[in-house]
Write a protein that binds this ligand. Structure first.
Ligand SMILES: C[S@@+](CC[C@H](N)C(=O)[O-])C[C@H]1O[C@@H](n2cnc3c(N)ncnc32)[C@H](O)[C@@H]1O
Length: 289
């Protein structure tokens, strides 16, 4: 069988996917260890029997809905390639906006930064590539996700990123941060999207939160005040219907400069705010007199 025939066969098998042609191309490139240009340039080239067997096995899994990133074992994010597995979320393109939002904040050159729920390490590692002088801590609850993030950190040589297991702030200690960033689980447990697409193959620990998806965000907003330096920033990615609720929670907890940003599809996607502790007027007045 040649490359062109193999692609046609793959497209037919992946016909349930909205991206059948791309899926077939990516899987064939993976098996042949070539890039997509090669497929266009050499459509008549014959593929070996063992390559065909491997390709067919991947196509069958894709036809059952398994995410392309899980079949390839990686996903490109920001300027690098990350290993992925089923212990955490496959990094999404819109999460690059979370990185951009953090980089745009007025922060010192040697900022101390915490990422909560790092998963593959995508956000913390992207921040570290752009700001090598930032001191980054990144935590996740799931031990396998922590291992994965450490693997990605080591592969990228970003050894300055400190990755450890923690249930949100539980293992963070007494350190305080200029910036805390999180893309936490934010999908309501009853959301029908959980039974569709890639979400079916990603762990609920990475996706689901109680209180219409807001439980983790609420807890982090409340507890972060203990871990933010004065005038420090807390930045979230959240569901596109959740911005108003997130702003309300920030406001109820005394944060300032609350701002929502939209993604490229003009959907509310990121909300951040600043923690400016109020001077205790009674203490301040007493101190003067
Ligand atoms: C939506 S995923 C985000 C992963 C990655 N930061 C990204 O943007 O691609 C949420 C992550 O939060 C982690 N997580 C869930 N509950 C947690 C908790 N209580 N403490 C720390 N991490 C938690 C999950 O294991 C998962 O890796």
């Amino acid at each position: 069988m040649n490359i062109n025939d193999a692609l046609q066969k793959g497209i037919a098998l992946c016909c349930g996917s909205e991206t059948a042609k791309l899926d077939a191309q990516l899987l064939l490139c993976h098996v042949l260890n070539v890039n997509r240009t090669f497929l266009y340039t050499w459509p008549e080239q014959t593929i070996s029997a063992s390559q065909l067997t491997d390709y067919q096995a991947l196509l069958q899994q894709r036809a059952q809905g398994k995410p392309i990133a899980h079949l390839l074992g990686y996903r490109d994010f920001w300027s690098f390639r990350l290993q992925v597995n089923d212990s955490t979320l496959i990094p999404r393109p819109e999460t690059e906006l979370l990185v951009e939002a953090c980089l745009a904040l007025p922060l010192p050159n040697n900022a101390v930064v915490l990422e909560l729920g790092t998963g593959t390490g995508a956000v913390a590692l992207a921040l570290s590539t752009e700001q090598p002088n930032w001191q980054l801590d990144a935590v996740d609850l799931q031990p396998q996700a922590v291992q994965l993030a450490m693997h990605n950190r080591n592969t990228l040589g970003l050894n300055q990123v400190n990755i450890f297991q923690s249930d949100w702030f539980s293992a963070v200690g007494e350190r305080t941060y200029h910036l805390i960033v999180s893309n936490p689980p934010y999908i309501d447990p009853d959301d029908p999207h959980l039974t569709q697409g890639d979400l079916r193959f990603e762990p609920r620990s990475a996706l689901v939160a109680k209180q219409q998806g807001l439980a983790a965000i609420q807890l982090i907003i409340q507890q972060a005040k203990q871990y933010l330096k004065a005038r420090g920033w807390l930045v979230f990615e959240h569901g596109f219907t959740q911005a108003e609720q997130v702003r309300k929670i920030f406001l109820a907890n005394g944060y300032s400069n609350i701002t929502t940003q939209q993604d490229y599809a003009k959907l509310d996607r990121i909300t951040y705010a600043q923690y400016i502790p109020q001077i205790n007027r009674f203490t301040a007045d007493n101190a003067v007199s």
